[in-house]
Design a protein around this ligand. Sequence first.
Ligand SMILES: NC(=O)c1ccc[n+]([C@@H]2O[C@H](COP(=O)([O-])OP(=O)(O)OC[C@H]3O[C@@H](n4cnc5c(N)ncnc54)[C@H](O)[C@@H]3O)[C@@H](O)[C@H]2O)c1
Length: 379
Amino acid sequence: MPNTTPAISPQTLSDLKKAFEASPKGFVITDWGAPRFAVVDFATFEKLRTQKKTVAPIRTILVTGGAGYIGSHAVKVLRQSGYEVVVYDNLSTGRREAVGDAKLIVGDLSDRELLAKVFAEEKIDAVMHFAASIEAEESVFKPVEYFQNNVINGLYLLDAMVAAGVARLVFSSSAAVYGDPAKFPIAEDSTCEPANPYGESKLVFEKILKWYSKAYGLHSISLRYFNAAGADAASGLGYRREKMSHLIPRVLDVAAGNEKEIEVYGQDYATPDGTCIRDYIHVLDLAEAHVAALEKLAASNGAYVYNVGTGRGYSVLEVVDAIMEVTGHMIPIKVSERRAGDPAKLVADSTKIQREFGWRPRHDLQSIIETSWQWHRKV
Ligand SMILES: NC(=O)c1ccc[n+]([C@@H]2O[C@H](COP(=O)([O-])OP(=O)(O)OC[C@H]3O[C@@H](n4cnc5c(N)ncnc54)[C@H](O)[C@@H]3O)[C@@H](O)[C@H]2O)c1
């Protein structure tokens, strides 16, 4: 509104009509002299409404857990896409080498002083939050560790962001939020009843994000990944742990002769061959979904949730068969007790992310196994 706009105190509709007659382009309504709001003609209102919002560009991303399995692939894809990256990781399961020559700050999420210092010193525009405790079975026996790291430490991160005015976050959520669903494939609006504290901690954090968006304007996208698998061996990236919990690397360990058999946890599930069914998504496809989420988030306010999977499920025995095919090695299996907190079947409906981001998974199970096998023989 121009400064010459008259300020009036209208009481009734006829006052408004008179005000428009005196000032057809609009006027400011005051309350005891203090401007309260502006009334404009419809054409001006439409012009303002349809005006393109100017969006501050996102350049530098703080990647918590960027030395970990999925985070390190995301760091690589982010840098390839032209973003600057600062990794924040306590290296509890992450590897320093996986960060390459990106900036690495070794620190724990519980260190609030260090977090504040990082936000004060680095020009962070957005955060990708991968750092977490991730073993679903372990969480059943150690819930305190999971709520501490995945919820309380996560809150420290959010509060540091709010204090620094950083308003965009992509969060690593999980299919574990759904628990043991009855309807397949699983869409984002399915009932969430986590079967373990790990899944509960992710669901709690998603809910926290919804309220932070409303209260503090900290906007987020939670990506509910299904089973991350595969590797980028040529870049020196892949999954490696002392005690491996992921199925594909464990079976590859048998193929490589490091273990003599693969333990199959339960063959009495309500699935065609009795073993658990999972939706395996290549870690590079996941990383690309993060970049797409970041681009979406640059222009949207709110707290959103998307599944990231392929929509195709494979049972444990099908995965073992596919690995025998790719590697040419026999894989002996030993069926044992079910693991605690393991749902029978998790397969994503990922039409929402495909429709809204234009993202598609580019790798199938064969490619997941081949790239994992390349990595496995390297380390
Ligand atoms: N791997 C999967 O299949 C899968 C599926 C769904 C969701 N997720 C989620 O994706 C994220 C990444 O998982 P991942 O498989 O790469 O695990 P990961 O263990 O390889 O990565 C986690 C990283 O976070 C770091 N970290 C953990 N706690 C920290 C803390 N308090 N402070 C600083 N750094 C800390 C670790 O050192 C590690 O580098 C996690 O949030 C996990 O819950 C993973």
